[in-house]
Design a binder for this molecule. Structure first.
Ligand SMILES: Nc1nc2c(ncn2[C@@H]2O[C@H](COP(=O)(O)OP(=O)(O)O)[C@@H](O)[C@H]2O)c(=O)[nH]1
Ligand SMILES: [Mg+2]
Length: 446
């Protein structure tokens, strides 16, 4: 997302690395200005920001550290809108959220991501299909919800979103749901009919929150339509979708500055797990190419159970890592979301992440083959790779529809990987990494 900005920031910052005088500050500011405008940040925001950074850097003494600190503070200030952060539960359930935005902005995907996020918090969530505009919209929700075991309220025959919303609320109350997420129709552009429909749904369900989903890739257009939606139906939060894309960073600053509605979450990929809290100073760190270890530590610690991780590393050390463990590890990886977004949080690697194609490990041909192979093994074989002699290998090849050469290759790779893991498991490097993550986690919990 912020790659354009991050790269240009670095070049602006480097301008004052060697010669700490007024001339180098001027040229750094000039570079910064170009970077911000290129990233589609509104010119008024740019002007104010530059002025503040200049005054402050001069007052504190021209130098890279002061320049950076000042830039960071002011960017964080712009992104910090007073109000709610993350997901806030109403005092009386169900907490009702209306999801609004233009067509294609990511409403439906984000609705399912939020539902999944709340489900992981042990909440009972009902998603409501109120988009009757697009033919395939209800079908899309049915698939997403069933794949992620999320309850969905829909009416196949109805053409009236208002009635659906009403009936859904009744069901939510009877079913003692904690949260109701209402996915609505979008248009390509704002029109009166759409706004009236949203207004009437809003009146009917009196939601606790109205979340506007903004497509980060659409720059100033997203800012403008956020402003209009806010004028017409009053938003209480903004979610920036497609934050992983190569859109321009200006959209976050623009929406925060021009609507004064707090940014609550960001979508960082197409998978359900790709949703993160919007935390201004962390976003700024990422923006400046410094990574975001806190979010990474939280993500991993929420998914990876410490006890389980220990047990796994014991197994690796003893050379007992088997096929069941392998499948389990793959499941864990899946829950972490996209690789690209994870790598971007590691300091120094954000520019690398931008250049990566996201690997869809789970759906890769290779992974499907491996799953088929493991699927053709008996329980005993999965627990003990040593059992696999030639006749068993032949059977597995037949069962998984693969050649024996392929089965052999996988088994060899698996054996090598297990050996490597065993070799490294005692090494200090792993310990350091674990300590670092643990420290970060505790720092955050304080
Ligand atoms: N890369 C990426 N794609 C996203 C994200 N959110 C949504 N999308 C994609 O954007 C497209 C439109 O999303 P959808 O939820 O159907 O939009 P809606 O019309 O507003 O409901 C789909 O192809 C999604 O997979 C995101 O955070 N990152
Ligand atoms: Mg939709």
């Amino acid at each position: 997302m912020f790659e354009v900005l991050t790269d240009s920031f670095r070049s602006a910052i480097n301008k004052i690395r060697f010669s700490d005088d007024e001339k180098s500050l001027k040229s750094a500011l000039e570079n910064l200005k170009k970077a911000l405008l290129k990233a589609d940040v509104h010119h008024k925001i740019v002007r104010d920001l530059l002025r503040q950074v200049e005054i402050e850097t001069k007052a504190k003494g021209i130098g890279q550290a002061n320049f950076l600190r000042s830039l960071k503070t002011h960017l964080t200030d712009i992104l910090t809108v007073p109000g709610r952060q993350g997901f806030v539960f109403a005092s009386k359930p169900p907490t009702t959220v209306l999801m609004v935005g233009l067509q294609g902005s990511g409403k439906t995907t984000t609705t399912v991501k939020l539902a999944n996020y709340l489900k992981l918090k042990q909440k009972k969530v009902l998603v409501v299909a109120c988009d009757l505009q697009r033919l395939a919209a209800v079908e899309q929700l049915k698939q997403l919800c069933s794949a992620n075991e999320i309850d969905l309220y829909f009416e196949d025959e109805s053409v009236n979103p208002l009635a659906i919303a009403k009936n859904a609320m009744k069901k939510a109350k009877e079913g003692l749901y904690d949260v109701v997420l209402i996915d609505t129709a979008g248009r390509l552009a704002i029109d009166t009919e759409l706004m009236e429909q949203l207004e009437s749904i809003k009146k009917e369900v009196t939601p606790d929150e109205v979340f506007y989903v903004a497509d980060s890739m659409t720059g100033q257009d997203a800012v403008r339509s956020a402003v209009t939606f806010h004028e017409k139906i009053t938003l209480s939060g903004v979610i920036l979708s497609k934050f992983d894309g190569d859109g321009k960073g200006g959209v976050a600053l623009g929406i925060a500055e021009q609507t004064n509605v707090p940014l609550r979450f960001i979508g960082v990929g197409e998978k359900v797990a790709d949703l993160e809290h919007f935390i201004p100073d962390r976003i700024v760190s990422r923006l400046m190419g410094e990574g975001d270890l806190e979010t990474l530590a939280e993500k991993t610690s929420a998914i990876i159970d410490e006890k389980q991780a220990k047990a796994m590393s014991q197994k690796i050390k003893k050379g007992q890592f088997n096929f069941n463990d392998f499948l389990e590890q793959m499941e864990q990886m899946k829950k972490l979301g996209s690789m690209k977004s994870l790598i971007g949080m590691i300091p120094g690697l954000s520019s690398v992440a931008g250049k990566l194609q996201d690997v869809d490990m789970e759906n890769s041909v290779e992974m499907k083959r491996i799953k088929a192979m493991i699927g053709s093994m008996t329980r005993k074989e999965r627990e003990d790779p040593e059992l696999l002699n030639n006749s068993r290998k032949r059977r597995i090849a037949e069962g998984s529809g693969l050649s024996q050469v392929e089965v052999n290759r996988f088994l060899k790779q698996f054996g090598n990987a297990a050996k490597m893991a065993k070799k490294f498991s005692g090494k200090k490097g792993m310990q350091d990494l674990q300590n670092m993550l643990a420290q970060n986690k505790h720092a955050h919990l304080r």
